[in-house]
Write a protein that binds this ligand. Structure first.
Ligand SMILES: Nc1nc2c(ncn2[C@@H]2O[C@H](COP(=O)(O)OP(=O)(O)OP(=O)(O)O)[C@@H](O)[C@H]2O)c(=O)[nH]1
Ligand SMILES: [Mg+2]
Length: 371
């Protein structure tokens, strides 16, 4: 009797176990199903994003092509007849007047200052009208002359490679760190650019200290300190409201004592119209005696940028310009305004928020954006 009870009990336990196993199996299957459907969803989302990206790129490409199409000479009938008969033809006003108008609009749309765009196209007209070009390639020759004129203006005022500059200065003077001051209007990207420059120096085997000389804006010190921590570089800070020049002085003294190659000095954003803040800037310059004073401006700032550059230059003499946010629909056309109206070199473009998004200025980037 006991045996039969035992068997019954064991059968019951076995069937219960089997049921449990079945439930477990079903649960696992269910989980796998959910995982698979999530994976599928992720794949579909990635595919969708890829498609959106591709279509955006296609549209941008099409836009570029459209633009290229629109900025080309519209050769007059008289010139067309002459080029059949002659080897060389002279460019006439009516061959290029529409093209120059299109170019002017394109320049203004690319953030070139209006007067600069007008001056540039007027000069171009003077350069082109009456010029003899190969009759078989009139359009191509005119296009090349336009590009050449743009290139000439955009390559006007040298360049500065910050890494090479620091290396050279340190070779000349091993006692002193190289001091680089960053200044410019509010929110232009000074602090972010400092972090990018620090990364560039570190990657080239150089050392640097950050000077938190923006003691004015709330959280400015913490913002720079966060970059210092990420980049593992020393930072010298003061209290909010303390003298920014004395923070820079301390950072220089620290770097000198520790044999550090460069001091990157952050400053508070200021408008060129604010007299007392410009005076404060002058004091920082007097105390820190920077080797480079770099103006950081937004590539998307149109006419305002040229005024800012001129005013800052007048107050403290700027050595170089970094234009940021070129990834935000900016075409860098204001480079043409700066290089036409001042002799200050544009040295780098900021093309994103990440540390590696700082590229050397190249005229061809702007030319490609304009035409
Ligand atoms: N897309 C893009 N964003 C940038 C670039 N450079 C800076 N930024 C962003 O612009 C904003 C302002 O940058 P900051 O570095 O704080 O500017 P700042 O000039 O130090 O600002 P203030 O100290 O307040 O005057 C931040 O959100 C940055 O991430 C760039 O090249 N591209
Ligand atoms: Mg800042």
């Amino acid at each position: 009797m006991f045996d039969s009870l035992k068997k019954k009990f064991s059968d019951f336990v076995n069937s219960f176990k089997k049921k449990e196993e079945k439930i477990e199996e079903e649960e696992i299957k269910e989980e796998e199903k959910v995982e698979k459907s999530e994976e599928l969803k992720e794949e579909e989302e990635a595919k969708r994003q890829e498609e959106v990206k591709e279509s955006r790129e296609e549209k941008q490409e099409a836009k570029k092509e459209e633009k290229k199409e629109s900025i080309k000479p519209n050769i007059s009938t008289a010139t067309k007849i002459k080029r059949v008969l002659l080897k060389k033809v002279k460019i006439k006003d009516e061959d290029i007047s529409d093209m120059l108008e299109d170019l002017k609009i394109s320049l203004i749309e690319s953030d070139v200052n209006y007067e600069v765009a007008e001056k540039f196209t007027d000069n171009l007209k003077r350069l082109l009208v009456g010029r003899e070009v190969d009759s078989k390639n009139v359009e191509e020759e005119i296009n090349n002359l336009v590009k050449e004129a743009l290139l000439q203006t955009l390559s006007k005022s040298g360049s500065i490679d910050i890494v090479e500059f620091v290396k050279k200065k340190r070779k000349e003077n091993k006692e002193e760190p190289v001091k680089i001051l960053f200044l410019g209007p509010n929110g232009a990207g000074k602090t972010t650019t400092i972090a990018k420059v620090a990364k560039m120096l570190i990657d080239s085997g150089l050392t640097c200290t950050l000077s938190a000389s923006d003691t004015f804006r709330a959280a400015a010190i913490e913002q720079l300190a966060m970059h210092a921590e990420r980049l593992k570089v020393p930072i010298i800070k003061g209290n909010y409201g303390s003298d920014p020049a004395s923070v820079a002085f301390d950072a220089i003294a620290y770097s000198k004592a520790h044999g550090i190659d460069a001091v990157l000095i952050d400053t508070a954003g200021r408008q060129e119209t604010n007299k007392s803040l410009i005076e404060e800037m002058k004091k920082i310059v007097r105390v820190a005696k920077p080797d480079l004073k770099i103006f950081v401006g937004e590539g998307i700032a149109g006419n305002a940028l040229l005024n800012q550059v001129k005013e800052f230059d007048e107050a403290i003499k700027i050595d170089g310009i970094i234009l940021t946010k070129l990834d935000c629909d900016a075409k860098g056309g204001n480079t043409l305004s700066i290089l036409s109206e001042t002799s200050i070199p544009v040295i780098y473009f900021g093309t994103g928020e990440a540390y590696d998004k700082l590229i050397k200025y190249e005229p061809k980037i702007v030319i490609e954006n304009i035409i």
